[in-house]
Design a protein around this ligand. Structure first.
Ligand code: 5GP
Length: 343
């Protein structure tokens, strides 16, 4: 019913092209949008077609967008269609991409665990729209958590460390836990919290870590507490995590701002490839570029709906400057966040 009040803003979680939509009553009246666009809904009187404007558009006229309910039914039909096509296999690359994203929705559906982020909740199991509102950080508010996720080759740890080193009073890093022995120059609680294997195991069991992994027979992990302690000191906490951790972090407590750091991957034609093969072998091999491209695509497809900002990293130095600018703007300017974070 709150939709009737008109000041409803939605973040689109899918791309919509009216000219490709056979179901629309009038293609010219449709409002095209891409995932991530913010839509101001001006009428939801019709159960099938809502009227909306794109925020930031100079066009004052509202256009038609499919209602959540209608798009959900449509998505369900596509899932059934692709389940059938799955049996036949052999689809074009395009349909393969579509299938993957719908499979994801299906998996979330079957997984039935209710997540705290609206984009992951039952209401949004098909990733259609997410209700958002503008959030302006006030000086008395705790800083927001900044989550960096990166595809293969993005080297975000280096980026994060540089930005923190430039301004250690403003930015902080969550100190990880490890089971490896402390080196002589290291201090407890600075580089790591050094704990025993048993203690680490117990922490895993009690869900203390947002992520953990093994390296050379030692365990490493980042805890929720270590993030909280940075924020409690009124610093912006930067974490780089596996994107699976986003589910745990997308809460009103952390209000994470998610930056996807994507390496700049050159598009190379076959002819170019032959002529610059010597160059390629000295930096990035062709297969490496392929892997990087695939990793970025996969990340975008699976987690794109949770990303607030994409940072294309060409050079390390320019990426640092851009990241710093993004962080400064984050404190100065209001940002769209899920309504459930501020209610
Ligand atoms: P080192 O023992 O040399 O300090 O770190 C070795 C490696 O452990 C790092 O290169 C990194 O890959 C991994 N590592 C460090 N901190 C963490 C963490 O919080 N989580 C995970 N999964 N790995 C970490």
């Amino acid at each position: 019913d709150r939709f009737k009040e008109s000041k409803v803003y939605l973040r689109a979680l899918f791309d919509y092209t009216p000219f490709e939509d056979k179901a629309t009553p009038c293609q010219e009246a449709g409002l095209p949008f891409t995932r991530g666009d913010i839509l101001q809904v001006v009428s939801q009187d019709d159960p099938t077609w809502w009227q909306a404007k794109r925020v930031g558009d100079s066009n004052l006229r509202a256009g038609l967008i499919p209602s959540r309910q209608f798009q959900e039914r449509y998505t369900t039909k596509i899932i059934f269609f692709f389940t059938y096509v799955d049996l036949l296999e052999n689809c074009s690359a395009l349909t393969a991409g579509l299938r993957r994203s719908f499979r994801l929705s299906r998996k979330e559906h079957q997984g039935s665990t209710k997540e705290s982020h609206p984009a992951e909740s039952e209401e949004n199991e098909f990733l259609i729209y997410e209700e958002v509102t503008l959030y302006q950080m006030r000086t008395q508010d705790k800083p927001r958590l900044v989550v960096l996720i990166g595809s293969l080759g993005a080297r975000i740890n280096e980026l994060k460390q540089k930005v923190i080193a430039e301004n250690p009073h403003r930015y902080g890093v969550a100190v990880p836990h490890t089971t490896r022995p402390r080196k002589s120059h290291e201090k407890e609680g600075v580089e790591y919290h050094f704990i025993s294997k048993q203690a680490f195991e117990a922490d895993i069991q009690s869900n203390k870590f947002i992520e953990y992994g093994e390296y050379k027979n030692n365990q490493y992990g980042t805890s929720l507490e270590s993030i909280r302690s940075v924020l409690a000191r009124n610093k912006v906490c930067l974490v780089d995590v596996q994107p699976e951790a986003l589910k745990t972090l997308c809460t009103s407590e952390f209000k994470p701002y998610v930056i996807f750091v994507k390496p700049c991957i050159p598009e190379i034609s076959r002819e170019q490839k032959l002529s610059i093969s010597i160059f390629l072998s000295s930096c990035e091999k062709d297969e490496d570029l392929q892997d990087m491209r695939q990793s970025a695509e996969q990340m975008e497809q699976q987690y794109g709906h949770l990303v607030d900002r994409v940072l294309v990293k060409e050079y390390s130095a320019s990426a640092c400057v851009e990241l710093r600018n993004i962080l400064e703007r984050l404190e100065r300017e209001p940002q769209w966040v899920p309504v459930s974070w501020v209610r």
